[in-house]
Every structure is written in structure tokens, then in C-alpha cells.
Design a binder for this molecule. Structure first.
Ligand SMILES: Nc1nc2c(ncn2[C@@H]2O[C@H](COP(=O)(O)OP(=O)(O)O)[C@@H](O)[C@H]2O)c(=O)[nH]1
Ligand SMILES: [Mg+2]
Length: 373
């Protein structure tokens, strides 16, 4: 007969000291499991709280709120950027050089927002840049349901990358998904926007325009001055005997035109060539050079290239975008529609008040005169 010893297991009840039936055994196991789960979550909660406290006290420049809010998990800290060691030595050297450049320009953190349609390779690009599988990627249900911020720290420099779900559903921009992203970004400062699409798409359509318009309306058109267009699936053989660079140039122009029109810049302010376009190939089958670095058909070593472009845009003369409530509410939210007030008043005067006055006058004229008048 099996007996449970109370002194060895304080979680057991007196009943469990007698030989347990199968059912009772099952109940005890469940009970113990529940207690363990409670204890684990309590410990995890304390750990989160303690870590958050340390982070706030440390006064990290990336903003405690930002990193703790990461992925709304409630407990995600800027971990050491160990993924950098996965890169070939030549890439590591270049990346560390770029971090050095940023530090020279007194930047100790960088926040990158990644947006675009679903399934174009946003999450894969985040993972490629970090050198680790930080966010989930899937061919079919490819999107994380909500934004996630991944923070990595290296030699006193913090890299924050915000991966977002695609904002398109059933052929339209999904306002709820967009709202979720906006709320997530509230009080964060965006240094670079990566607008991701595929190189191997042959046309742009109205949906692309809608997405660019939605980004513009959400964060203001100035966000595009911090924009980089990333074209994934870059290891391809162009169709119709086109050269690779030719194909790349045509596709870039098509996407940039959409951005220009969706961002509604006036002709003289048009972004044109101002937005850099970079290529990415996230597949593990990407070709490599003699140093083991991933290279594209035009010879570009794409990871250092994208990080260099990000560095240039982050430090260009345009200001980073602080996503505050005013920005989210849109330009002059309180003023919206005020221009119509004089028109409405005029309409009311001529078509309502005047009409009433006329009816009253007519009624008075038609009224039979009283005998005493
Ligand atoms: N061949 C190739 N596949 C890619 C590339 N980028 C992403 N994928 C694949 O495309 C699918 C969707 O990628 P994901 O990163 O989840 O897209 P997201 O929805 O934009 O985040 C996954 O199956 C990825 O493996 C790329 O550059 N080349
Ligand atoms: Mg994704």
C-alpha cells in the first residue's frame, strides 16, 4: 500500500495520508499542479516586477516603459544582443562599426518600426537583422496578432525593433489592427520606419496605396522622411530577360510612386529618391560569399547594407517621430469640420430661418380679420 508522508509534502491534506484511491490520487495530483502553477506565476510576477524596477532605476535611455511594454507581455527586457555572434565575422565587424558610428553621434538607442502587408516577410526580416528567431514566422498564419517590440542591448547600445501585424484584411485596411498598433506606439519615438514589400511582385495596386495612406494618416507624412523600403525575396531571376538591377529599379520605382502618392507630399516636397530602397533575402537558401555572408544576385551583402541604411536614415536631418496622443488623433482633431460652420449657419439662415419667417408672414396675411379690428 502506498502511503504519503505529510512531513515530506506539506501540500498534502490529511486525507492523503491514507492509501489513496485512483480518483483521490488524480485529485491530489491536480491540486498539487494548481498550487505549483500559482507559485510559479507568483514568482514570475515578482521577477518581472523586480526587473522592471531595476530597469526604471537604471534610467535606460530607450525608456523603461518601452521595453517593458514589449509585446505587451509585461516582462520583456532588453536582452544582450547575442544574435550578432551568429553572423560571419565580416558581418559582425561591420555591424559593430555601425553601432560605433551611432554612438559617436551620441545615439545610444534606436527604435525601428516595421510595417507592411501580411506575409511579405516583416517578421523574417526582423529575425534576419537580429540574427535570431525573435519573432514567429509562418507561411500560412504568418502574422503575430499584435505588435511586439524586441529589444537587444550591445555595448551600451539598445536596438528596439517593433514588428507589427499586417493591417489588411479582406482587401481593406483593418482599422482595429491599425488602432492596436497606434496604441502600442503611444509615447514611443520612431527613428526608422521599415516599409516592407516583396521584390518578386510585379505590380502595385490600390491596396498598397491604402496601406501607405493609413500609415500616413496615423503617424503623419513626416514619418516617410524616416522611411526605408525593404524588398524581400530578393534572390530571384527576373522575368522577360530583364537584368537584375533593371528589375530592381523598376520595382523600386513602382513602390516609391505609391509611397509618394499615399504620403501626399506636394510635388516640390516629393520624397522621390529620398526614401532608400534596400533588398533582403530571408531564406536560409540565400547565396553566400567567401566570408559566409549572405549575398544577393547583384553582389550586395544585404545584412550590413540594410543596417547601414537604417543608420543613415536614423541620423538624417529629419526629426524622429514621437507618437503622442495629438499625432494619433490627427492634425487639428478639435478643428476638424470647423471650416463648415459658416456654411452651415448661412444654410440655416437662408433655407430654414428665412423660410419660417415667410410662412409666419403668409399665415398672418391669410388670417381673417377680427370684427373688433
Ligand atoms: N524565399 C523567401 N521567403 C521569405 C522571405 N521572407 C519571408 N519569407 C517567407 O514568407 C512567409 C511569411 O513571412 P513572415 O516573415 O511571417 O511575413 P510577415 O507576415 O510579413 O511577418 C514565411 O514562410 C517566410 O519563410 C524571403 O526573403 N525569401
Ligand atoms: Mg509577421
Amino acid at each position: 500500500m502506498t502511503r504519503f508522508h505529510k512531513e515530506k509534502d506539506p501540500n498534502l491534506t490529511d486525507e492523503s495520508l491514507v492509501a489513496p484511491s485512483r480518483n483521490r490520487l488524480r485529485i491530489e495530483i491536480k491540486k498539487r499542479h494548481r498550487i505549483e502553477l500559482k507559485e510559479q506565476s507568483a514568482i514570475a510576477g515578482i521577477e518581472c516586477f523586480a526587473l522592471a524596477g531595476i530597469w526604471v532605476l537604471a534610467g535606460n535611455s530607450s525608456g523603461a516603459g518601452e521595453t517593458i511594454a514589449a509585446g505587451n507581455t509585461g516582462c520583456s527586457m532588453a536582452r544582450e544582443w547575442t544574435g550578432i555572434q551568429q553572423f560571419p565575422l565580416a558581418t559582425q565587424t561591420k555591424l559593430l562599426e555601425l553601432l560605433g558610428t551611432l554612438k559617436e553621434k551620441e545615439r545610444d538607442s534606436l527604435t525601428i518600426l516595421v510595417m507592411g502587408k501580411g506575409g511579405v516577410g516583416k517578421s523574417s526580416t526582423v529575425n534576419s537583422i537580429l540574427g535570431e528567431r525573435a519573432v514567429s514566422v509562418s507561411a500560412f498564419q504568418s502574422d503575430v496578432p499584435r505588435p511586439v517590440m524586441i529589444s537587444r542591448e550591445r555595448s551600451g547600445f539598445t536596438l528596439n525593433i517593433i514588428d507589427t501585424p499586417g493591417i489588411v484584411e479582406g482587401g481593406y485596411v483593418n482599422d482595429q489592427a491599425l488602432d492596436l498598433i497606434k496604441r502600442f506606439l503611444l509615447n514611443k519615438t520612431i527613428d526608422v520606419l521599415l516599409y516592407v514589400d516583396r521584390l518578386d511582385s510585379y505590380r502595385v495596386d490600390n491596396l498598397d496605396r491604402q496601406i501607405v495612406k493609413a500609415i500616413t494618416e496615423s503617424f503623419g507624412k513626416e514619418i516617410w522622411r524616416k522611411g526605408v523600403v525593404v524588398l524581400t525575396h530578393a534572390q530571384l531571376t527576373p522575368p522577360d530577360c530583364l537584368g537584375y538591377d533593371d528589375f530592381f529599379a523598376r520595382r523600386s520605382n513602382a513602390v516609391l510612386k505609391v509611397v509618394d502618392s499615399g504620403a501626399r507630399f506636394k510635388k516640390q516636397d516629393a520624397l522621390g529618391d529620398a526614401i532608400p530602397v534596400v533588398l533582403a533575402e530571408n531564406s536560409s537558401r540565400c547565396n553566400k560569399n567567401d566570408n559566409g555572408e549572405k549575398i544577393l544576385p547583384n553582389g550586395t551583402v544585404w545584412i550590413p547594407n540594410i543596417v547601414e541604411t537604417i543608420t543613415n536614415v536614423a541620423t538624417n536631418e529629419s526629426k524622429s517621430i514621437l507618437v503622442d496622443q495629438k499625432l494619433i488623433d490627427g492634425p487639428n482633431a478639435n478643428e476638424r469640420g470647423k471650416g463648415f460652420i459658416p456654411l452651415i449657419l448661412a444654410f440655416q439662415y437662408f433655407f430654414v430661418i428665412k423660410q419660417f419667417q415667410k410662412w409666419i408672414k403668409d399665415d398672418i396675411a391669410k388670417e381673417p380679420k377680427s370684427s373688433w379690428e
